[in-house]
Design a protein. Structure first.
Length: 225
């Protein structure tokens, strides 16, 4: 009897562990987002037609979109930062200092402008619809590397993935905003997922704090207007 029961118990335990991992992964990739938000088409989705991984996260901000947008548009190293864990980011040399105020000099972006994640890593503005959406695109040669062109800040080495990062603002009832953030990764090699999966695990932690940071700043600023 024992010989029969033990394999069944081990199988059940392994199945439960696998289900837990899958559930935790899903939660990390879709923190705060509704099922509809994870499935709907957002600005920037057209850039990568068949991504290997998509993460959609969201938060409700008790402030109108016009009060949330200034915090979104000034994202970036050397700009408003990422409103997340600055100390952790700076351990990686990102040189960010998350702003506590809206800075006019950082309020204007055009397609083709660079938004830096790190002094040697930049994303290009793919599209910007003020007050509604901002889409950043990391072409492969811009996504990673140890050296950069001095004039552009673009790294010389290529990452094994292409990437888009979209910020979408939706007007919500009672003067609130629904802020949706989507990451899409296009695997350029069969082994790309080995790098992207742990990257997304870290991103889930940082993104949650970023969304909360934007929410807190926008709500605080709104109360004093």
């Amino acid at each position: 009897m024992r010989r029969v029961v033990e394999p069944v118990v081990r199988g059940a335990a392994l199945s439960a562990a696998a289900m837990t991992v899958v559930t935790l992964r899903w939660s990390a990739l879709h923190w705060g987002a509704t099922t509809e938000e994870t499935r709907e088409k957002l600005p920037g989705d057209e850039i990568l037609r068949d991504p290997g991984l998509v993460a959609t996260r969201a938060i409700t901000v008790e402030a109108p979109p016009e009060a949330v947008w200034p915090w979104v548009v000034q994202l970036g190293a050397g700009r408003g930062g990422f409103y997340s864990y600055d100390r952790l980011e700076n351990l990686a040399g990102c040189q960010v200092d998350s702003a506590e105020t809206v800075v006019e000099a950082w309020q204007h972006l055009e397609p083709g402008d660079l938004v830096h994640l790190h002094p040697k890593v930049a994303l290009s503005v793919a599209s910007v619809d003020p007050g509604r959406s901002l889409v950043l695109h990391a072409a492969p040669a811009m996504a990673a590397g140890s050296s950069a062109d001095a004039s552009s800040g673009v790294p010389a080495a290529a990452a094994p993935y292409d990437f888009t990062w979209a910020f979408v603002l939706r007007r919500h009832p009672h003067l609130a905003t629904r802020l949706i953030v989507r990451e899409r990764f296009d695997y350029l090699h069969a082994w790309s997922f080995l790098l992207v999966e742990p990257l997304c695990a870290a991103s889930s932690v940082m993104s949650r704090e970023m969304l909360r940071g934007i929410r807190d700043r926008a709500e605080r600023a709104s109360r004093f207007q």
